[in-house]
Design a protein around this ligand. Structure first.
Ligand code: COA
Length: 335
C-alpha cells in the first residue's frame, strides 16, 4: 500500500477593509510613526468592522478562497482545524461557526489555542490526521480579531501598536506523492513563560464569577506583554526550530527556497535572516501592512508569497513561528 502524506493544495486570506496607519493611532495614544516603524517595521494594520466582520466570517471568506483555488467544493472537507486566541464566543469555538457557515454539519472540528504558533500547530494536526487516514481533506485556519483585546491608551501602547486583525486558510489534502508534500512539522511549548504574553480575563478561576465590573478596569482584560523577554526568547527559538526542520530532513539553510516566518516583528525576522545568512528574497515579510495578526499571520503571508510567484513547485518552504505560551513551531514543505 502506498504511504499517505499531506500537501497544501489551496491558500486564501481575508483582511478587514479598515486600514489603521501608525499616525491614526495618535488619536488614541501618545505614539509616533517613527517609533513604531523603527521598533517593529509596522506601517499600518487592519481593524475589523463591527457588524460586518466576525472571527468566523473572516475565516469563512479565507476558507472559500482556499477551496476555490484548490478547485474543491466545501463538501469535500472532512476536518477543520482552527487556530485563534480571539474566538467569537468563550465557547464553543469559532470552528463551529465556520463549519455552520460552510454547511459542513457532522464533520469533526478542532479549535486550538496556540497563539502565534497556532497555524503551524493546526497544520501539524491536519498532517497527522491525514497521514493516519483519519481525514482526507482538511481546512486549516488562523483567524484573529485582536483590536478589541488591546488597551488603546498610552498605557497600553507597547502592545496595541503591534497587533492587527485578519484571517488565513489552507486546504490540506492527502497525497501519495512522496516528493511534493509536508515533509515534517516540529512543535514546542514552555508554560513557564505563560504570563510573559497573556490575556488574563475573562478567566474561570476568579472568585464568584469569571467576569465582574472590576474585570473591565483592573487591567486583566487587556493583553499584557513583557516585550523584552518575548524578543529574547523569540530570536533563539525561531532559529532553533527552523534548524530543527532542516536537520530532520537532511537539509541546510542554503537549500531553503523561502522562509515564511510568523510576522511578529521585523527586527526578529531580520535577526533570524542575518544569523542564517539568507538573502532578502528568501525571507517573506508583510508585517508592514498588517502588523502581527497572530495565528493568521503565516497563512496570510504564505498566500501573498504564493500570489507573488514566490512559491513554485519543487521549492523548499519553511514556516516558523514563536508566540505566547511560550510556543514555537515549524513546518518544512516541498511544494
Ligand atoms: N510609541 C511610543 N513610545 C512607546 C511605545 C509606542 N507605541 N511603546 C512603548 N514606548 C516607549 C516606552 O514607554 C519607553 O519609554 P521610556 O524609555 O520613557 O520608559 C520606550 O518607548 C522604550 O520602551 P521599551 O518597551 O523598552 O521598548 P523596546 O525597545 O523594548 O520595544 C517592543 C518594545 C514591544 C517593540 C519590543 O520589546 C519587541 O519588539 N518585543 C517583541 C514583541 C513581539 O514580537 N511580540 C509578539 C510575539 S509573537
Amino acid at each position: 500500500m502506498n504511504t499517505v502524506y499531506s500537501k497544501i493544495t489551496g491558500l486564501g486570506y481575508y483582511v478587514p477593509e479598515t486600514v489603521v496607519k501608525n499616525d491614526d493611532l495618535r488619536q488614541y495614544m501618545d505614539t509616533s510613526d517613527e517609533w513604531i516603524q523603527e521598533r517593529t517595521g509596522i506601517k499600518e494594520r487592519r481593524w475589523f468592522t463591527h457588524g460586518k466582520d466576525t472571527n468566523a466570517s473572516m475565516a469563512t471568506t479565507a476558507a472559500r478562497m482556499a477551496l476555490s483555488r484548490a478547485d474543491l467544493d466545501a463538501a469535500a472537507v472532512d476536518l477543520i482545524v482552527y487556530a485563534t486566541l480571539s474566538p467569537d464566543y468563550y465557547f464553543p469555538g469559532s470552528a463551529f461557526l465556520m463549519q455552520r457557515e460552510l454547511g459542513l454539519e457532522g464533520i469533526p472540528v478542532i479549535d486550538i489555542r496556540q497563539q502565534c504558533s497556532g497555524f503551524v500547530y493546526a497544520l501539524s494536526i491536519a498532517d497527522q490526521f491525514i497521514k493516519t487516514g483519519m481525514a482526507k481533506t482538511a481546512l486549516v485556519i488562523g483567524a484573529e480579531i485582536q483590536s478589541t483585546l488591546m488597551d488603546k491608551t498610552t498605557e497600553g501602547r507597547g502592545v496595541a501598536v503591534i497587533f492587527g486583525d485578519g484571517a488565513g486558510a489552507a486546504v490540506v489534502q492527502a497525497t501519495t506523492d512522496p516528493e511534493h508534500r509536508i515533509l515534517s512539522t516540529h512543535l514546542h511549548a514552555d508554560g513557564r513563560y505563560a504570563e510573559e504574553l497573556y490575556l488574563k480575563d475573562p478567566g474561570s478561576s476568579r472568585p464568584n464569577h469569571f467576569i465582574t465590573p472590576q474585570t473591565a478596569t483592573d487591567g486583566g482584560a487587556s493583553v499584557v506583554m513583557n516585550g523584552n523577554t518575548v524578543f529574547k526568547h523569540a530570536v533563539v527559538r525561531f532559529m532553533e526550530v527552523i534548524n530543527e526542520s532542516l536537520t530532520a530532513n537532511g537539509f541546510g539553510s542554503d537549500d531553503l527556497s523561502l522562509l515564511v516566518p510568523h510576522q511578529a516583528n521585523i527586527r526578529i525576522s531580520n535577526y533570524v535572516q542575518q544569523q542564517m545568512g539568507l538573502p532578502d528574497e528568501k525571507v517573506f515579510n508583510n508585517i508592514q501592512h498588517y502588523g502581527n495578526t497572530t495565528a493568521a499571520s503565516i497563512p496570510i503571508a504564505l498566500t501573498e508569497a504564493f500570489d507573488k510567484g514566490l512559491v513554485q513547485p519543487g521549492d523548499l518552504i519553511c514556516l516558523a513561528a514563536f508566540g505566547s505560551g511560550f510556543t514555537w513551531a515549524s513546518a518544512l514543505i516541498r511544494w
